[in-house]
Design a protein around this ligand. Structure first.
Ligand code: SF4
Ligand code: SF4
Length: 619
């Protein structure tokens, strides 16, 4: 049985933050979950996917976050505890549904788990999603540790049912991807079947209904603020005239810094774990006892703005520090040393410089730029497009996925990127105002997520562009999750349908559609030349399994290749145009690392001297 389904309350397990979230939800009686995968939240849904096969939990990978929220909203409004999981930028997609769902509310608990990514380890921005609480009127909970996130999940479902509103649990990468001891709680058996009671005057948001629902939402917000003040997740400890208000993972850094600086007797800490609505009255009382306050929060000055407003309301004049050039930044992640230094500076405490760790015996890790894997079919497709467009002025919008990594030279496959699905819409715009040829790239999963509306736009407005759909039959970047184009029977899964990208593209009226196998370079270049020469919308679907997934599914891959030194002219077209990471230089000659090479044969087709040949099998 899956380790997170075992009924072993009272035991302590070492869990990843994302596993602790999944376990906390199971303990709360979660019956229905949906997601579009996104790092740093992916392992939550990966665990649900496995658990769903061994329990009554229903889990689905939806086409995007808005759809995921819509399906969970329906389940929660039928009385079934539900959860919708996404990364921070996914909330921008879900926001359309979320803003009005806040008016409609829920009947059973609905938790929206949103994982923010300060420092953008795997994201296109580091937006601070606490503002979505303010914008939508939904409560936000923010745990500080892996153990606390397990505890906070059952509380989040209860809070959702008390307020009859979805509750946002906001984590950051440092919580999602840390491992720590987690004390397990009791599992409540899930209620998997619901009952939808028709009530159009509260559930159908025509203007006359929504006017009443907005009034109701504001009343629920008042109730939520009272609960925020009473919540055990908004707690104070310590005593003294100095105050620190802190949230999330920074709480641990602050607690350590106060101890290390020896200011425990002078400092009171207000840990905010229920951060929307902020606990106004409790914070005012806290501020009244302080001479000086520091707000420690990664991201935007979300708490600091509220605290300044509360101090003004309470008629308090005291220094409040937070975001400032010499203090905390709105950029990136914080770390313990930096938090200690800023606390010392603000409260004017002597700071013993930390003794640097002796790392002299640790070998230096070689820097390796992010790169597509050896044998990745996207490299072959980008190479083929570059060959097909030699001498042409081109603009190549790219999209979110592994293939984004192709933007680096020598492939240079990416001139513009803003968000999921944007390569198609921006391609339309570029084609209208530029004379350059526009070739947009999008992955298969991203195409289903949000590429389709852009392509419909291109067809309707007859834009002159080529869309290359990089179809590797999986959502590779976030860990090989399925999408509607995947043949699930290949993964040993039954009961799924399948949407053919080719039929879909033809169905929406794209006038020029071709399918290529990118490992066949010559045919791919010919098909791409034809598609790019076509005036109007053309789509090229480049189909080839993700090489990593093919390996993990034990599908047959080719024999590795080697460079025949007798034939090699050492002009290095292979390295300069293709740059497979299996290549390396030895004695100024190109070689191939057979342990990395997947035998895709693309370099052999690129080499004009036919110097790249398969390694002979050992007899
Ligand atoms: S492309 Fe062929 S001939 Fe040129 S350097 Fe590479 S292996 Fe040698
Ligand atoms: S065959 Fe060539 S391009 Fe393919 S993985 Fe091996 S070295 Fe890289």
């Amino acid at each position: 049985m899956h380790k997170l389904l075992q009924d072993n309350a009272g035991e302590t397990l070492m869990l990843l933050g994302n596993e602790a979230i999944a376990r906390g939800a199971v303990e709360a009686g979660l019956a229905f979950a949906a997601t579009y995968p996104g790092t740093p939240s992916s392992e939550i849904s990966a665990n649900f996917f496995q658990m769903a096969k061994q329990s009554d939990l229903y889990f689905e990978y939806s086409t995007n976050e808005k759809v995921a929220l819509e399906v969970t909203a329906a389940a929660a409004n039928s009385g079934v505890r539900s959860m919708c999981i996404m990364k921070h930028v996914g909330m921008n997609v879900a926001a359309d549904a979320m803003m009005t769902l806040a008016y409609v509310g829920v009947k059973a608990g609905l938790v929206i788990l949103c994982a923010d990514d300060p420092y953008m380890f795997s994201s296109q921005n580091e937006q601070d999603n606490r503002y979505y609480g303010k914008l939508s009127g939904l409560p936000i909970l923010e745990p500080s540790s892996v153990d606390e996130v397990r505890q906070i999940m059952p509380y989040a479902f209860e809070l959702s049912e008390t307020l009859q509103e979805p509750v946002i649990v906001r984590t950051t990468t440092r919580i999602n991807h840390s491992t720590g001891p987690v004390l397990l709680g009791e599992i409540i058996p899930p209620k998997t079947k619901g009952n939808f009671v028709k009530d159009p005057f509260h559930l159908v948001t025509v203007p006359a209904v929504s006017r009443n629902l907005h009034v109701r939402l504001l009343k629920r917000l008042d109730q939520a603020e009272v609960l925020s003040c009473e919540s055990k997740y908004n707690f104070i400890h310590g005593k003294g005239p100095w105050g620190i208000v802190v949230n999330g993972v920074s709480y641990n850094y602050v607690a350590d810094a106060v101890r290390d600086l020896g200011i425990e007797d002078q400092t009171r800490i207000f840990r905010v774990g229920f951060s929307h609505p902020m606990p106004g009255e409790k914070l005012k009382a806290f501020l009244q006892g302080c001479e000086k306050v520091l707000v420690v929060e990664e991201g935007e000055p979300y708490m600091e703005e509220t605290i300044r407003a509360l101090a003004q309301e309470a008629g308090l004049i005291l220094p409040i520090g937070g975001k400032a050039p010499q203090l905390f930044s709105r950029l990136f992640e914080y770390d313990p040393a930096m938090v200690r230094e800023k606390i010392a500076a603000w409260f004017d405490v002597a700071l013993e410089p930390a003794v640097p760790l002796d790392l002299s015996d640790v070998p230096e890790i070689p820097q390796r730029p992010p790169n597509l894997c050896a044998g990745c079919s996207h490299r072959a497709t980008f190479y083929a497009v570059n060959k097909a467009t030699e001498g042409m002025a081109t603009v190549k919008p790219n999209d979110i996925g592994c293939y984004t990594l192709g933007f680096m030279p020598p492939l240079s496959a990416g001139d513009f990127l803003i968000c999921m699905g944007s390569s198609v819409g921006t391609g339309c715009g570029f084609s209208q105002v530029l004379d350059d040829k526009v070739i947009s790239y999008i992955g298969d999963s991203t195409f289903f997520h949000s590429g389709i509306p852009g392509l419909i736009n291109a067809v309707f407005n007859n834009h002159d562009m080529t869309l290359v759909i990089l179809d590797n039959h999986t959502t590779a970047m976030t860990g090989h999750q399925p999408h509607p184009g995947v043949d699930m029977s290949n993964l040993g899964q039954e009961g799924y349908g399948r949407v053919s990208i080719e039929s879909l593209v033809k169905g929406i009226g794209v006038p020029h559609v071709s399918v290529i196998r990118p490992y066949n370079v010559k045919k791919s270049v010919a098909a791409l030349k034809e598609a790019i020469a076509f005036e109007g919308v053309s789509v090229v679907i480049a189909q080839q399994d993700c090489v990593l997934q093919a390996r993990s599914l034990k599908k047959e891959t080719g024999r590795p290749f080697r460079v025949d030194p007798q034939k090699c002219a050492n002009h290095r077209n292979c390295i300069n145009d293709l740059a497979c990471p299996a290549f390396y230089m030895e004695n100024d000659r190109v070689c191939i690392d057979a342990s990395i090479c997947t035998g895709c044969s693309v370099c052999a087709q690129v080499c004009p001297e036919n110097a790249i040949v398969p390694v002979k099998e050992k007899k």
